[in-house]
Design a protein around this ligand. Structure first.
Ligand SMILES: *Cc1c(COP(=O)(O)O)cnc(C)c1O
Length: 375
C-alpha cells in the first residue's frame, strides 16, 4: 500500500480497522473450481439440506413477472402473516434483508461511538461486525467453560456484571451459533428480569424452529413485560431460504417504529417477501425439516462416539466437534474429499469444526470421509 492509500485507510473508524472480515462457508462453486471435484457436499453454513419447498418455488415464479416494480416497502402481506403466526400486532415486526440486516439496523438505531455492546466470545460473528462498524465498544464476555451455564455458550451472570452506564445493547443467540448451546426459558427470563431497563437485549433466535416446542422460550410473550427486548428470527435456516435473504425482528411497536426510520426503504425484495410468506404457510416442509434434522443429529453423534470424538451438545441444525488437536488439517483433508465444513478458529476454537447437518446421504458421505481421514 502506498503512503496516500495508507493515510486514507487510517481515516476509517478504529473499530472498523480492527475488524476481521466475516468468513462465510466456502461456496461449493469455489471448491469445484479449485479442485475440479465432481462430487461436493456443503455442510458449512447451516442451510436447510432439503432444498426449498415446492410451494415456495411456485410462489417465487409467480412474482417474477412483477420485478420491474419496487416491492411493498412496508411488507404488508408478510407482516400480516407473521403477526398472525406470532400472535402480535403487525406494527411490532421489522423485516430485513436477512436477520443480519435487522441486527445492523438495531445497532445503528440505538448504539453510538460512546456505547458499549456486550456479547459472548463464542457468539455469532456478526455481533462484533455491527458493533465495531459504528465505532462502538465491543465488550466480550467469557463463556462459562465448566461454569453455572453450559460450556461454550453464554455466562449470563458474567454478562450482567459487565453492564455499565455505557452499555446500550446485549446480544444473545439462543440456540447459539457456532456452538449450538441453549439457554432455558428460566435462565433467559431471569436474565431479562435482572438486566437494567435502559439496556436493550437482542435475543437472536435464528434456530428457534429446531428447538423442541416444550423447550422453547415463549419469548414473544415476554415483550409486554420487557420493552427493552428485541427478538430476531430468520427464514434462512429451517424455512430453507438462506439465498433469498429475509428475516425479521419482533419488538414493541414503538421500537419497531424507530427501526423503521433507519431501515432502507426497500430492504426486502419482491421475491423474498413472497417466498417467506409461502414458507411460513408450508407447515409440512417445516416438520419434515425438523424430523430430518433430528435424524441427522443422531446419525452424526453416533458416528462421533464411534470415532471417539466429543462434541458440544447442540439444539441447532449443526454440531461442533472437538478433535483435541488443531482442526485445520482435518478441514483441509475434508475439502480434498469434497466435503465443506466450517472451521471456527476465528472464535478461538482452534480444535473444533462446525458441521451443518445434511441429508442422510450427505451425512454418510461426510462420516465416511472423516473416518478415512482419522484412520
Ligand atoms: C444464520 C444465523 C442468522 C441468520 O442470518 P440471516 O441474515 O437471517 O441469514 C442469525 N443469527 C445467527 C446466530 C445465525 O447463526
Amino acid at each position: 500500500m502506498n503512503l496516500e492509500t495508507n493515510q486514507i485507510c487510517q481515516l476509517a473508524l478504529p473499530g472498523v480497522r480492527a475488524l476481521i472480515p466475516y468468513q462465510p462457508g466456502k461456496p461449493m462453486s469455489e471448491l469445484e473450481r479449485e479442485l475440479g471435484l465432481s462430487k461436493i457436499i456443503k455442510l458449512a453454513s447451516n442451510e436447510n439440506p432439503k432444498g426449498p419447498s415446492q410451494k415456495v418455488v411456485s410462489s417465487m415464479q409467480t412474482v417474477l413477472a412483477e420485478v420491474s416494480r419496487y416491492p411493498d416497502g412496508n411488507g404488508f402481506s408478510l407482516k400480516t402473516a407473521l403477526a398472525q403466526h406470532l400472535a402480535v400486532e403487525a406494527t411490532q415486526i421489522t423485516l430485513g434483508n436477512g436477520s443480519n440486516d435487522v441486527l445492523e439496523i438495531i445497532a445503528r438505531t440505538f448504539v453510538s461511538e460512546s456505547s458499549e455492546v456486550i456479547f459472548s466470545e463464542y457468539a455469532f460473528a456478526v455481533y462484533p461486525i455491527v458493533t465495531q462498524a459504528i465505532g462502538a465498544q465491543a465488550v466480550i464476555s467469557k463463556a462459562s467453560v465448566g461454569g453455572e451455564y453450559p460450556c461454550y455458550g453464554h455466562d449470563l451472570s458474567a454478562m450482567l456484571k459487565q453492564v455499565t452506564e455505557k452499555t446500550k445493547l446485549v446480544f444473545i443467540a439462543n440456540p447459539n451459533n457456532p456452538t449450538g448451546t441453549f439457554l432455558t426459558s428460566e435462565q433467559l427470563y431471569g436474565f431479562l428480569s435482572s438486566l437494567p431497563k435502559q439496556v436493550l437485549c437482542v435475543l437472536d433466535e435464528a434456530y428457534f424452529e429446531y428447538v423442541r416446542p416444550e423447550d422453547r422460550s415463549n419469548s414473544v410473550a415476554w415483550l409486554t413485560r420487557f420493552p427493552n427486548l428485541i427478538i430476531t428470527r430468520t427464514f434462512s435456516k429451517a424455512y430453507g431460504l438462506a439465498g433469498m435473504r429475509i428475516g425479521y425482528s419482533v419488538s414493541s411497536s414503538e421500537v419497531a417504529d424507530l427501526l423503521n426510520r433507519v431501515r432502507q426503504p426497500f430492504n426486502t425484495n419482491i421475491v423474498a417477501l413472497s417466498a417467506a410468506e409461502a414458507a411460513l404457510a408450508d407447515i409440512d416442509y417445516l416438520s419434515e425439516t425438523i424430523a430430518l434434522n433430528e435424524h441427522g443429529m443422531g446419525q452424526l453423534t453416533t458416528a462421533f462416539s464411534e470415532l471417539g470424538l466429543s462434541w458440544i451438545p447442540s439444539r441447532g441444525n449443526f454440531i461442533t466437534v472437538d478433535f483435541g488437536r488443531s482442526a485445520m488439517p482435518i478441514y483441509e483433508e475434508l475439502l480434498a474429499a469434497g466435503v465443506i465444513v466450517r472451521p471456527i478458529a476465528n472464535y478461538g476454537l482452534l480444535n473444533f469444526l462446525r458441521i451443518s447437518i445434511g441429508t442422510e446421504a450427505e451425512n454418510l458421505f461426510f462420516i465416511n470421509a472423516l473416518t478415512r481421514i482419522l484412520d
